[in-house]
Design a protein around this ligand. Structure first.
Ligand SMILES: [Fe+2]
Ligand SMILES: [Fe+2]
Length: 387
């Protein structure tokens, strides 16, 4: 059991947690915890729950960085049963604060790097707010409505797939704290649907694909956070639990759908299938090939799109167990594992990423080249070689 420091006891209000108090609290997603470092004053309290003890860690008023450091350290100890929470009534204020910080960071970034596509950044900020509502758990009709509106905003903004890939890749590299997994997956998936597969998918369908992407990892809210945030490699038993986020997400979404929340059943299907692979090597059921050829064992087209966006997005981001890969390396890794992806979706995506990367590198004469079988190599001009 974790010992509470004497200085914390003197500074904070500490209470025993009962059911009534628990119902009034809402855990905060760690993905944007760093945003709190950008604020000087907090209009609400932040609580730290350690087992059944509740500490009002930060009260409304000036925010001290050292306190955030303490909370961050605590959260990253895998052996501790603790959560960072706010009161549910403060959720709107929390979201507004996070949205404000995100918008400010994006604004600064686009000033520093004028070659980032402004429209992509605006749409990303909008999607990120919806994505955070989903990962915070407690999905209801309002959250579902927000997700739908964000997906519609994304598609109506006529995003350009090359710009989306280039801008998101650069943005994540430049400021990793702006990374939002589901929002990134949604933008990439919509870009694939709209620009790369326009003959197969209408705008309406692209909106649904974006919704699928925003919800795809919802099952992670059911995985114990000590596994989710484990700093090291998973043991086989832990990996088995982690894999359950697919089935847990599916049943969570089906429960909501059965309860009357307006979410399409395909959203639940994609949450279940997004770690399946084209060659049958994925989980949880080892499905393979297209759903159109085999409704029982095949993988839906929407999933085949989301899985590619999911893998690319995850490779770009640093995780406790892996480094952040540069876009060139991420796409190389994917090309080596291309058997796992539907070639009709992967090839256009590969071309789009290579095109956007080569635009950046055109002045260096070191370009990525796609071979006949989809293998990637680097082309270097004689001039660049001798330089
Ligand atoms: Fe996942
Ligand atoms: Fe994911």
């Amino acid at each position: 059991m974790l010992k509470i420091k004497e200085s914390t006891r003197q500074r904070c209000t500490i209470t025993q947690l009962d059911e009534k108090a628990r119902k009034r609290l809402q855990p905060v997603s760690l993905e944007f915890f760093h945003f709190l470092y950008q604020t000087k004053e907090l209009p609400f309290s932040i609580f730290c729950r350690i087992e059944n003890t509740l500490i009002e860690y930060v009260s409304p008023g000036p925010l001290v960085t050292a306190h955030l450091d303490d909370l961050w350290d605590l959260m990253r100890r895998p052996e501790t049963d603790c959560e960072i929470c706010i009161r549910k009534v403060d959720k709107a204020a929390f979201d507004a604060l996070m949205g404000g910080v995100r918008a400010h960071k994006l604004e600064l970034l686009s000033r520093q790097m004028p070659n980032l596509d402004k429209k992509t950044l605006d749409v990303f900020a909008n999607l990120s707010a919806a994505s955070q509502m989903v990962v915070a758990g407690g999905i209801n009709a309002d959250v579902a409505q927000h997700v739908k509106a964000s997906a519609a905003f994304l598609v109506s903004n006529a995003i350009d797939s090359d710009q989306v890939v280039a801008t998101l890749s650069r943005m994540i590299n430049c400021d990793p704290t702006l990374y939002d997994h589901s929002a990134t997956v949604a933008m990439l998936a919509a870009a694939i649907s709209l620009r790369l597969l326009p003959k197969q998918l209408s705008g309406r369908e692209a909106e649904l694909v974006a919704q699928c992407a925003l919800y795809h990892d919802v099952g992670k809210t059911c995985v114990p956070h000590e596994i989710l945030n484990k700093p090291g490699k998973f043991t086989p038993a832990e990996f088995d639990i982690m894999k359950q986020h697919t089935t847990l997400g599916h049943s969570e979404l089906m429960k909501l759908i059965d309860g009357g929340v307006s979410i399409d059943e395909l959203v639940a299907r994609v949450a279940l299938e997004h770690h399946e692979r084209w060659d049958g090597s994925g989980y949880p059921h080892g499905r393979r090939g297209p759903f159109e050829a085999d409704a029982q064992h095949g993988i839906h087209l929407y999933t085949r799109i989301v899985m590619i966006a999911d893998v690319y997005s995850a490779l770009l981001m640093r995780r406790v167990y892996k480094p952040a890969f540069q876009p060139q390396d991420a796409i190389r890794i994917m090309a080596q594992e291309a058997n796992g992806f539907d070639p009709d979706v992967f090839k256009p995506f590969l071309k789009c990423v290579v095109r956007s990367l080569n635009k950046d590198e055109s002045h260096t004469n070191r370009l990525l080249v796609i071979g006949e079988n989809g293998e990637l190599s680097e082309w270097q001009s004689k001039k660049a070689k001798s330089a």
